[in-house]
Design a protein around this ligand. Structure first.
Ligand code: NAD
Ligand code: MG
Length: 390
């Protein structure tokens, strides 16, 4: 039996992970499950999977969670500290599926106890890539990508030498607004940005797909995970989301990874790695699909992609700044306090401010420095938004 923990169990990725492990209950021993405000879902899954402990992110929900688990013997806990403590409990495989920078500390803790970490939480590598890789290496822990593009690249690289890689191409559906005239984006609403043409995901990543902030995070994630140079990474608009990524080799060969847009593929690959077993995902019928389309992304339309280049050039803590500013701007867009296009303006202004802080530019990448910088960038983002409103 493999001991398994899932952080962000109540979310879109977490539920897909539970779907896979619940099909083979004899194979898994569930240690920890975490969630947020949806206590009913968290308690339901903790009960049916017989977890050792369930943790909610919110301390004010602890009583509710305790009550929902009453009589089961399953421990209940709450808050960020309880999350990292639970991640330190011995497990063989841990899913990192919290959304946002909050996923970083539990992921690092799981690596420290030597677990294999399935990484859906892309913010982990964006905010603290070198720290995360260093931690994995020091503790002999493995990091497996669960983002669909990165899982695709990982699979295309099996048996290959990184020195033979010329470029990595990650695809993007283009999100909700890919066919909208540029001038209409100004007035794009929250409801319009919250639906994705191909994927069914959490609200935050769905909006990030419309703005391409998701792809921007993924470009940085590619750089951090595969250690390639920024100019070796390309983004390609591919509206059908069937090809998830391609790897180009020195001899001109391109290896593409195709699959239906279903995250259970990338999750299952990481769960079963290095083996492959049956997965309940749709098989592509290419004759029926008939054709696949591609086009280059328009940088005027997607400023997030340009900002990601700046972040890769700067390195260090700039990824943490970029992500934190983006999270704050997204909060404000969700609260209908700023418009769709203002999100990129906020992030750019915060990155400009970071450029004036040589103390932070030269700071060492430790968890403490990442968390302090994340906090500061959120304060700056709020200040920028107040200025823009006034
Ligand atoms: P979601 O919003 O559906 O779920 C997020 C989970 O994190 C929930 O369990 C929620 O309770 C928990 N959470 C939220 N804020 C928290 C906090 N401050 N502290 C602790 N827990 C918190 O999100 P999702 O779509 O499942 O995405 C999860 C992660 O996976 C994100 O980093 C996302 O970018 C990445 N990802 C998602 C998909 C997808 O298809 N959904 C694909 C690739 C990568
Ligand atoms: Mg992705």
């Amino acid at each position: 039996m493999r001991r398994i923990s899932i952080f962000g169990a109540t979310g879109s990725i977490g539920q897909s992970t539970i779907d896979l492990i619940a099909r083979r209950p004899e194979a898994f021993d569930v240690v920890a499950l975490s969630g947020g405000a949806n206590i009913a879902q968290l308690a339901h899954d903790a009960r049916r999977l017989n977890a050792d402990i369930a943790i909610t992110a919110y301390e004010n929900r602890l009583d509710m969670l305790r009550e929902a688990l009453d009589g089961t013997g399953i421990e209940a806990a709450a808050g960020a500290k309880a999350l990292t403590e639970a991640a330190a409990r011995p497990a063989d495989w841990v899913m990192s599926a919290i959304v946002g920078a909050a996923g970083l500390a539990p992921g690092l803790e799981a690596l420290k106890q030597g677990a294999t970490l399935g990484l859906a939480n892309k913010e982990t590598l964006v905010c603290a890539g070198s720290l995360v890789l260093r931690t994995a290496e020091a503790h002999n822990a493995r990091l497996l990508p669960v983002d669909s593009e990165h899982s695709a690249v990982f699979q295309a690289l099996v048996g290959e030498d990184m020195s033979a890689v010329e470029r990595i191409i990650i695809t993007a559906s283009g999100g909700a607004f890919r066919d909208w005239p540029l001038k209409d984006l100004q007035s794009a609403t929250l409801e319009q940005a919250s639906s994705h043409p191909n994927w069914n995901m959490g609200q935050r990543i769905t909006i990030d797909s419309a703005s391409m902030f998701n792809k921007a995070l993924e470009v940085i994630e590619t750089r951090e995970y595969f250690r390639v140079e920024p100019d070796q990474i390309e983004v390609l608009i591919h509206p059908e989301s069937m090809i998830h990524a391609l790897v180009g080799f020195r001899d001109g060969a391109l290896m593409a990874h195709l699959g239906a847009p279903d995250m259970r593929h990338a999750i299952g690959y990481a769960l079963n790695w290095p083996e492959r077993t049956d997965l309940p995902v749709e098989r592509l019928d290419l004759a029926k699909i008939g054709q696949l389309n591609f086009r280059a992304p328009d940088l005027a339309r997607y400023p997030a992609l340009r900002l990601a280049r700046d972040v890769m050039d700067r390195g260090g803590l700039s990824g943490a700044v970029f992500n934190a500013a983006k999270e704050r701007a997204l909060d404000a867009f969700i609260a209908k306090r700023i418009g769709f296009l203002a999100m990129a303006d906020v992030v750019e202004a915060v990155l400009d401010r970071f450029e004036t802080r040589s103390d932070l530019i030269d700071a060492e990448m430790t968890l403490d420095n990442v968390e302090k910088t994340d906090h500061l960038a959120r304060v700056w983002a709020d200040e920028v938004m107040t200025q823009q409103a006034g």
